[in-house]
Ligand binder design. Structure first.
Ligand code: PFF
Length: 445
């Protein structure tokens, strides 16, 4: 079988494309708003450094050593009890589940690109009505754009690692960075920029509840795209002499920088033209459009480019969410790429329809359990349980199961003096942090 590989830079771009997603531009600003700014940002940054960085190296190492789909890599690398450890590889299912709501949100973004071309809502109230109408009454529009997202993602996945995933990232990621950089530079010229800086970087510890703490830790995992075998799958095609530490550094650097830049930019616009830092998932769909309206003509142009950038971020992450399961079916069951891509695509497309319905008046009553709709449940179960659990399994597997000598043989020369601190963090800090996140999110702590 011919092995297609990323180019050296292609890997970094694709892994960055996976990390930089709706999590950075849509979710990070609104949860920062929700949990009061500075202190929350600090907890998130410390987690990225202490836990995220070391787990990403571990996940990359597993792909590099395993060279196969996630299930086979676990099986191959476990020195004993292979039949049990291979189940660790099924953490990749989380990606397919995330896609159920991720694709719907990309659909909303497509819709907003089109509406920004014609008209922006004039007041926050009107913006709220527009968003809520779409969410609660307009099944057809959501279905149409969700289907468009499905077609786009499946098409790219079918083209394969190099001519599909790498190529799309190669065009969309620089475009995304240019758009955000342009808008960020403009934001720095506005008076409200210093307010945004103060909001994001002045820690007010009284705002850090245990829920805020856990959300920050969980988000660090989601945003880096850890704990479901994406990085493992991508790194299965790394060259022999690849430097895992350098690769990890660049991905973590870009992911964090883009989240901070997006946050500062959005908060500046909201302070300058809107009503200050908004809370909740409506931030970019409700508060921002009316701030763009206040900006005048430039705001219209910004709105279009902003939603295009957001769509690009979402699409490059989407392919990485589905690829691990595609590789699983290709490697283990000899499926063709076409069959695997279409089947996985149809899976998230089909359940995505229920995610849409679970917000629609008249249908949502049948698709809500407890206080959460099907849409919210999928988000919650994947982010709160599956990713931290996946991260925990990876940390334990590399920290305790793979023989230390094997880990050392690759990592010692790359990490040098940092090898022991990294190994320690993997064995103790990451598992404890992940357990705390899971226990509190499921309500035990
Ligand atoms: N990191 C992506 C985001 O911030 O939106 C989401 C994601 C991608 C999560 C890949 C998990 C993953 F494996």
């Amino acid at each position: 079988m011919k092995i297609t590989r990323f180019s050296r830079i292609g890997f970094i771009i694709a892994a960055t494309g996976s990390a930089v997603g709706l999590g950075n531009i849509w979710k990070f600003p609104y949860i920062t708003g929700e949990y009061g700014g500075g202190a929350f940002v600090l907890v998130y940054l410390v987690t990225v450094l202490l836990v995220g960085f070391s787990t990403m190296i571990a996940e990359m190492l597993m792909g590099y050593l395993g060279r196969m789909d996630t299930v086979s890599s676990f099986e191959k690398l476990a020195p004993a009890k292979k039949h049990l450890w291979k189940f660790g590889g099924f953490e990749s299912l989380a990606g397919l589940f995330i896609m159920i709501f991720y694709s719907v949100v990309i659909g909303w973004i497509f819709n907003y690109i089109i509406t920004s071309l014609t008209s922006l809502p004039a007041t926050p109230k009107e913006a709220e009505n527009v968003f809520n109408n779409m969410l609660h009454t307009d099944f057809t529009t959501q279905f149409f754009y969700h289907t468009m997202a499905f077609v786009w993602i499946t098409y790219v996945l079918n083209k394969g690692l190099k001519s599909g995933i790498e190529k799309m990232n190669f065009y969309l990621m620089p475009a995304l960075i240019i758009i955000l950089a342009g808008m960020f530079i403009y934001a720095t010229t506005l008076g409200a920029f210093s307010q945004a800086v103060a909001f994001m970087f002045t820690p007010d510890w009284s705002k850090i509840t245990s829920e805020a703490f856990v959300t920050a830790v969980g988000h660090a995992f989601f945003t880096l795209g850890l704990g479901m075998g994406t990085i493992m799958t991508y790194s299965a095609s790394l060259e022999e002499d690849a430097n895992l530490v350098k690769n990890t550094f660049w991905v973590v650097f870009f992911d964090t920088a883009i989240a901070i830049v997006a946050g500062l930019m959005l908060f500046t616009f909201l302070y300058q033209y809107g009503s200050g830092p908004a809370k909740g998932p409506g931030l970019v769909f409700i508060s921002l459009p009316s701030a763009f309206y206040e900006m005048g003509l430039l705001g219209n142009v910004f709105a279009i480019f902003f939603f295009i950038a957001l769509a690009f971020a979402g699409l490059t992450s989407s392919v990485s969410l589905v690829e691990p399961m595609i590789k699983y079916f290709i490697d283990r069951f000899s499926w063709s790429r076409l069959k695997a891509s279409i089947s996985m695509g149809l899976f998230f497309w089909f359940f995505g329809i229920f995610a849409i319905l679970s917000n629609i008046d008249g249908a949502k009553e049948y698709l809500t359990w407890g206080d959460k709709s099907f849409f919210d449940w999928v988000d919650y179960v994947t982010a709160a349980i599956m990713l931290p659990l996946g991260g925990l399994i990876i940390a334990i597997f590399v920290g305790f199961v793979i023989p230390k000598s094997k880990v050392e043989s690759v990592m010692k020369s790359q990490l040098k003096w940092a090898f022991e601190p990294w190994y320690f963090s993997l064995r103790y800090i990451t598992p404890i942090a992940m357990c705390i996140v899971m226990l509190s999110l499921i309500g035990i702590l």
